[in-house]
Ligand binder design. Structure first.
Ligand code: KIV
Length: 291
């Protein structure tokens, strides 16, 4: 039984609730250094996005290695066309919601657009806000041109994950969400970027939307794990958006998404059945009322 704000009523059994128990997580907790060390062997790393308490609980219980509070939340849950509208306030609020569930996993929070583009001092302040909200590490997009900012955040003892290839915050500069690194010169630049940010101290690098053979070359060239999304199977790990995996991502999914459930269909069916029961005076029952 729930109060109108979703809390169980004091002293009441949770009558009428479906069993929400989740599978036990099987993977041990990985620290940032342990994630970096996975470059030297072990299973592929598994990272998934979470933007709120329910998705964080599911991801934690499923035993993923890393939870990413991605700025994709702008498109996935806030309804924007791109990630450029996501603010520091959004990221702090969603990071805190994930962290309050107390997952054993490392939480990586995305630094939103402009939060690290106005110089190292502002970038450190913003990265620290995300850590105070509960992040273990931050992620930022870009290669060689981010080195100063990267160094400043690392100097503040905040671990940084890099992000190269199709970097969504550059959507206008790229001319749309397009696969990157298709020609030799662009590919070479991405390899150089990856080596530069790995040498600077990134503990892992997301490779998004690049050809598989380029991702494989980058993976061979850097001493830290690469985590791919739309970058083929040769990376040291994979990341997907939670809502895409469980079928809450809307109709159109890119080809690199594999959907494992249809929660949108299931949820729609559940709400429709409840509506039918209300209209037929079958809800609430005597057991679901106070006497
Ligand atoms: O914001 C996000 O979800 C991401 C992943 C696509 C890597 O950055």
């Amino acid at each position: 039984m729930s109060s109108s704000d979703g809390h169980p009523m004091a002293g009441e059994p949770e009558a009428g609730r479906a069993d929400r128990s989740l599978p036990e997580r099987s993977a041990p907790k990985l620290s940032v250094p342990a994630i970096r060390d996975r470059k030297h062997g072990g299973e592929p790393l598994v990272m998934v996005t979470a933007y709120d308490a329910p998705s964080a609980r599911v991801a934690a219980a499923a035993g993923v290695d890393i939870i990413l509070v991605g700025d994709s939340l702008g498109m996935v849950v806030l309804g924007y066309e791109d990630t450029l509208h996501v603010t520091m306030e959004d990221m702090v609020s969603h990071t805190a919601a994930v962290a309050r569930t107390g997952p054993p996993q490392v939480i990586v929070a995305d630094m939103p657009w402009t939060s690290y583009h106005e110089g190292p001092a502002k970038a450190v302040t913003n990265a620290a806000r995300l850590v105070r909200a509960g992040a273990t590490a931050v992620k930022l997009e870009g290669g060689t041109k981010r080195l100063k900012v990267l160094q400043a955040i690392l100097d503040a003892e905040i671990p940084v994950m890099g992000h190269l290839g199709l970097t969504p915050q550059s959507v206008h500069a790229m001319g749309g969400f397009r696969v990157q690194g298709r020609n030799r010169a662009d590919g070479k630049m991405l390899v150089e970027d990856a080596i530069a940010i790995a040498d600077a101290g990134c503990f892992a690098i997301v490779l998004e939307g690049i050809p598989e053979d380029l991702a494989a070359q980058i993976t061979r060239s850097v001493p830290v794990p690469t985590i791919g999304i739309g970058a083929g199977g040769e990376c040291d790990g994979q990341v997907l958006v939670f809502h895409d995996i469980v079928g809450l991502g809307g109709k159109r999914a890119p080809r690199f998404v594999r959907r494992y459930a249809d929660l949108e269909g299931l949820a729609g069916e559940a709400v429709a059945r409840w509506a039918t029961d209300v209209r037929a005076h079958r809800f609430p029952s005597a057991e679901e009322a106070y006497h």
